[in-house]
Design a protein around this ligand. Structure first.
Ligand code: CMP
Length: 136
């Protein structure tokens, strides 16, 4: 059984800065994802802090929020069967050094911070993260 799901994907500042957004969008499309909604935005540090609040106690939280607000990002609502798991498989491990060949973070990621893409990690978080960027 497979469920049609929606998940939030972010093309992070390092990838937008290198003009990789069209290439990465094609990777999603070629892997069965439909881009339901997308927008290019530049968020404030305060917004980044809200978005990443689950990581507030982590030592990397401040750098992470500075980074996500350092330049334009592309946020997308992606849809396919098992979108959350399939997106995580396509992205690969958080640290590009540990990511498998063929994954987005292996291909495009520069470091654990500049790892080019973010994706929701559960059905519950996908809903929260999609609402964060796309709720009217
Ligand atoms: P992301 O999937 O966007 O979720 C949180 C981000 O924190 C993660 O990708 C990494 O880019 C970043 N990060 C920095 N240091 C770490 C770490 N030690 N463990 C996990 N994530 C980290």
């Amino acid at each position: 059984m497979s469920d049609i799901e929606q998940t939030l994907s972010i093309i992070k500042p390092d990838a937008v800065e290198r003009n990789l957004q069209d290439q990465i969008k094609n990777e999603f499309k070629n892997n069965g994802f439909e881009i339901i909604k997308e927008k290019k935005i530049h968020i404030s540090k305060e917004e980044a802090e809200k978005f990443y609040k689950v990581h507030v106690s982590k030592p990397f939280y401040n750098d992470l929020c500075n980074y996500l607000s350092s330049g334009p990002i592309v946020v997308m609502n992606l849809q396919r069967d098992n979108a959350i798991l399939e997106n995580r498989k396509l992205m690969g491990a958080t640290n590009p050094k540990d990511a498998e060949e063929g994954t987005l973070r292996k291909k495009y990621g520069l470091s654990i911070d500049k790892n080019s893409v973010h994706g929701s990690d559960s059905v519950e978080n996908a809903k929260i993260e999609l609402d964060f960027f796309f709720k009217d």
